[in-house]
Design a protein around this ligand. Structure first.
Ligand code: AMP
Length: 210
């Protein structure tokens, strides 16, 4: 059976990085609503125009817009799926259950002050989306992506003020999801501190135990 997995956890916990590794090594197809929304903003599509103000303010984009995106993507994908950054509210989780069956929700935990430090020093590749950290995983050449050589940039919502707002949004809207999945018996928590490979190994262990 093709597994469908939700990655939970606050902004900066490493969801995107771990999702990238799981996709490369274990043949998952990743759906990242954050990446899809940033792409829509970059292309200035009607969705992007509506989403931008919420993203820049550290708020959630309205459920209807995001659920529309997910519906489209899920319909396209065959095989195991990894959801990164969705669902982010109880309403989204309920709507997701109407669309498909979720097998596992993996919650990655990291201390809040560490999250802020991780996020403000984060840099991403404009072209391939690879993510770096100026202190913990800097690119080999300053400002350039190791994988494709393109320019790195700081996400417009990765400033300290927006990060604090995103953490608040997370605590209000997304944190209750852990309980939602716990009640269904499919929540697993993973310590998100330590280096990327350590966290990855913890996630793989959880997947193997399923
Ligand atoms: P991320 O890359 O996952 O940190 O998402 C960046 C921003 O995109 C968030 O702060 C939200 O504004 C928006 N976003 C991403 N995923 C969702 C979602 N599932 N629901 C609502 N807004 C989202």
């Amino acid at each position: 059976m093709d597994m469908k997995i939700v990655l939970l956890g606050p902004p900066g916990c490493g969801k995107g990085t771990q999702a990238e590794r799981l996709t490369a090594n274990l043949k998952f197809t990743k759906i990242s609503t954050g990446d899809l929304l940033r792409e829509a903003v970059r292309l200035n599509t009607p969705l992007g125009q509506q989403a931008k103000q919420f993203m820049d303010a550290g708020k959630l984009v309205p459920d209807e817009l995001v659920i529309g995106l997910i519906k489209e993507k899920l319909a396209d994908i065959k095989g195991p799926v990894l959801l990164d950054g969705f669902p982010r509210s109880l309403e989204q989780a309920r709507r997701l259950d109407e669309l498909t069956k979720i097998d596992l929700a993996i919650d990655i935990g990291v201390n809040e002050e560490k999250l802020v430090k991780r996020i403000v020093l984060r840099r991403s590749c404009k072209n391939c989306g690879a993510v770096y950290h100026l202190e913990f995983s800097p690119p080999k050449v300053e400002g350039k992506c190791d994988k494709c050589g393109n320019e790195l940039y700081q996400r417009s919502d990765d400033t300290e003020a927006t990060v604090r707002e995103r953490l608040k949004t997370y605590n209000d809207k997304t944190l209750p999801l852990a309980n939602y999945y716990k009640q269904k018996g499919i929540l697993r928590t993973v310590d998100g501190e330590g280096d990327i490979s350590e966290v990855y190994d913890r996630i793989v262990k959880v997947l193997k135990a399923k």
